[in-house]
Write a protein that binds this ligand. Structure first.
Ligand SMILES: [Zn+2]
Length: 597
């Protein structure tokens, strides 16, 4: 199989050699510079092949597909056949009912990517995409918050390619939470991709990051949550334990008791024989959102006396203050290891050093914010606290009958999900009142190990095992009224009596819809007309969408293009060097090929 890379969209070089796709500073063919500038000035546009880069999905697409076949040939026949079937499907769909589109910008990131670069964090090894339209800069790892990751020399990749079904809405209208492709209401020559949140005739309102429809919070079903969720932390990609500014985010709360961690897996075996009936789960592993530096949260610890040898001026130009009346030492953001060491040395006071140590640990635990690894530099500024989290892990429950429990806390609601192997039940309980909210049969797969997903999003608690809901999601009777205090341990899991193995532990968050870009729907309720839709991008801090379109510029049904079905032919560029000669080739990424949810 030939490895000649296909022509890049906008390529001006000879076949087999990549040139960078067009950027802000480098307008390129085939669009005229004016058109190119117009498209790129809209940072969230989806490039239509006719308008932007025909080779993005036509000859280039097929060539990349051929490369995919080449790579799967080596890994076995079933995969090859699956790849071939998908390729045929793509060709058939493209020929008869669907159009191909390439995304330019990151308004739907990280679900769908525009031009981007791939960064691998040098601390935790997590690989993530960053905006490719901004040029060089420094990125921050979304998994371990290591900052200052250089983008220098990283190849620029195309955006995701979408296969869009044009006749989809002829048969049934689009549904809420679906990803849709439509013409920009103010520039119908451009195609956009966003998520549909408001339907004709509805009243739409964004409040505290959530969507309200006709004054009622709109919860997301499991499939939508899986499509939209944004990684907060993957425990399998934890930084090395000896990094001075890092501590594990999952903490065994009672060391020396039944929980143990080995190679990223949490194992529970009760140390003592516990009674078969009664008794609460008392041994927990808790999540604390440890950050390396920065932050705007305030933390205080008790300090009875200011150390005699330390002048108060030592705190000038630091984010520390001593409140004598309250006898507390207060930090804004995370206390740096350097400042802690300097002050401790200067003061030479045991009580002060102890207070500093507690403040160091406490101040590094921050609220979870709506940060995106994709956004960096001038676009990275977003700081809304996100309370809607999903816990996902592979869980196996064996040994004596007992209980495995997961608790999620959004500051106002605390839901406890109990997997009871004695009664073979799964219970959802309001942890503050003890009320039973839902009950279902314990799925049999948990003995061997199964994926457990539990979320508390949009005031809705949902429990799934092996991808299936255990019972109907439970929706709190009213929306978010008060936010309550920040939950410093928003997720915990614990066990009693049985033996539990918890691995592949991940924490995700919901999209927090911001009001920083446009007023519509956020400062006031938006009333949609009989033919009007309301759409939002998943990358809410940078997405230009219905929030920012001026009055009278509505998205009506005639502007809908179709429903994206498949993300296909994604690839990334790899720089290849040989004896001073270097080029870039396109490496297929079959793992990104998927149906759109
Ligand atoms: Zn990292």
């Amino acid at each position: 199989m030939g490895q000649i890379p296909p022509a890049a969209p906008g390529s001006t070089g000879p076949p087999g050699q990549w040139t960078d796709p067009p950027r802000r500073d480098a307008p390129a063919e085939p669009l005229t510079p004016t058109e190119r500038a117009a498209v790129l000035a809209e940072p969230l546009a989806l490039a239509e092949p006719a308008a932007l880069a025909e080779p993005a999905v036509a000859p280039g697409g097929l060539a990349a597909g051929a490369q995919l076949c080449g790579s799967v040939l080596q890994s076995g026949r079933p995969i090859f056949e699956a790849g071939l079937a998908l390729l045929l499907l793509v060709v058939l769909l493209r020929t008869f009912i669907a159009g191909g589109y390439m995304i330019e910008t990151g308004s739907m990131a990280p679900c769908l990517l525009g031009y981007h670069r791939r960064v691998t964090c040098d601390s935790c090894g997590w690989q993530f995409a960053v905006d490719g339209t901004q040029g060089e800069g420094l990125a921050t790892c979304p998994n371990c918050c290591r900052d200052g990751l250089t983008l220098e020399g990283l190849p620029l990749n195309d955006g995701d390619h979408l296969l869009v079904s044009r006749p989809a809405y002829e048969f049934s209208p689009p549904l809420r939470w679906e990803v849709i492709v439509f013409r920009n209401p103010s520039r119908p020559g451009q195609a956009y991709v966003k998520r549909l949140v408001g339907l004709p005739g509805e009243r739409v309102h964004l409040r505290q990051g959530d969507l309200y429809v006709n004054d009622v919070i709109a919860p997301k079903p499991l499939a939508v949550q899986r499509g939209m969720r944004i990684l907060v932390h993957d425990h399998d990609h934890s930084p090395p334990a000896d990094e001075p500014d890092w501590q594990s985010r999952w903490e065994i709360e009672t060391p020396g008791a039944g929980w143990d961690e080995r190679g990223g897996r949490f194992l529970y075996a009760p140390l003592e024989r516990q009674p078969a009936i009664g008794g609460e789960v008392e041994e927990w592993v808790g999540y604390r959102h440890w950050i390396r530096r920065g932050g705007g949260h305030r933390t205080s610890v008790r300090l009875d006396d200011w150390p005699a040898r330390l002048p108060p001026s030592a705190l000038v130009d630091t984010r520390l203050q001593y409140v004598g009346d309250a006898r507390s030492l207060v930090a804004t953001g995370a206390l740096s290891p350097g400042l802690r060491a300097r002050l401790a040395e200067q003061a030479d006071d045991e009580a002060f050093t102890r207070s500093l140590a507690s403040l160091f640990a406490a101040s590094h635990v921050a609220p979870i914010l709506d940060q995106y690894g994709y956004n960096y530099g001038t676009k990275s500024g977003s700081s809304h606290e996100v309370r809607d989290l999903m816990f996902a892990a592979q869980v196996a429950l064996r040994g004596e009958p007992g209980i495995f429990a997961v608790v999620l806390d959004d500051g106002e609601l605390t839901c406890r999900c109990e997997f009871d192997t004695a009664e073979q039940l799964v219970r959802l309980v309001d942890d503050r009142t003890g009320d039973l909210l839902r009950q279902g049969v314990l799925p049999a797969g948990l003995r061997e190990g199964a994926l457990v997903e539990i979320s508390l999003w949009d005031r809705q608690a949902l429990v799934a095992v092996a991808g299936e809901l255990v019972f109907e999601p439970w929706l709190a009777p009213c929306g978010r009224t008060a936010r309550g205090p920040t939950p410093w341990r928003p997720v915990r899991f614990g066990a009693r009596r049985l033996r539990a193995e918890v691995s592949q532990v991940k924490l995700y968050r919901d999209v927090f819809y911001t009001s920083n870009l446009g007023e519509r729907g956020s400062s006031a309720v938006e009333e949609l007309g009989p033919d009007e839709f309301f759409v939002l991008g998943d990358n809410s801090p940078v997405s230009k969408d219905s929030r920012s379109w001026s009055e009278g510029t509505v998205l009506n049904a005639s502007l809908l293009i179709g429903k994206p079905l498949i993300l296909h032919l994604p690839s990334r560029r790899q720089r290849v060097q040989w004896r001073g000669w270097q080029t870039e080739i396109r490496i297929p990424e079959p793992s990104r090929i998927r149906y759109i949810r």
